[in-house]
Structure formats: structure tokens, C-alpha cells
Design a protein around this ligand. Structure first.
Ligand code: FES
Length: 67
């Protein structure tokens, strides 16, 4: 089927173990309040640990020391 799902390029997503979800950008993320945030970076890091100060983006806080 022309223009069907098989012809569209797939978005590649990679999980950094213990870190963010890495997604080929640009990316738009819909937040719980319905607002949209966008990143035009070639690779976008989404926080998966809940410690980022700039959610939904990773700010490398996941690398912090663990007590
Ligand atoms: S995954 Fe990096 S700050 Fe959460």
C-alpha cells in the first residue's frame, strides 16, 4: 500500500542502561498537562530515572552518587 506504514522510516530508540532513553530527533513530547515540548537535537535524551531538573529531558543527574 503506497504511503503505508512499511514505507515510513522507523524512529530509532535506544535505552542507555541506567540512563536515558535516546531517540533520534527532532522530538515532540506531550506532557501530562497536554502541553508540548520540542527538541531539534539529532539525538534526544529522555529522562527515565525521575531525577532530572529539566524533565522530560535528561540532565545527567542519573550519574549522581548513590549513598
Ligand atoms: S536519565 Fe538522566 S537524569 Fe534521568
Amino acid at each position: 500500500m503506497p504511503g503505508g506504514p512499511a514505507e515510513r522510516p522507523a524512529t530509532r530508540v535506544r535505552r542507555d542502561p541506567g540512563g536515558p532513553l535516546l531517540i533520534e530527533g527532532p522530538v515532540e513530547v506531550e506532557l501530562p498537562d497536554g502541553s508540548l515540548v520540542r527538541s531539534d537535537r539529532p539525538v534526544v535524551a529522555l529522562c527515565m530515572c525521575g531525577r532530572s531538573g529539566i524533565p522530560p529531558w535528561c540532565d545527567t543527574s542519573h550519574r549522581g552518587r548513590r549513598a
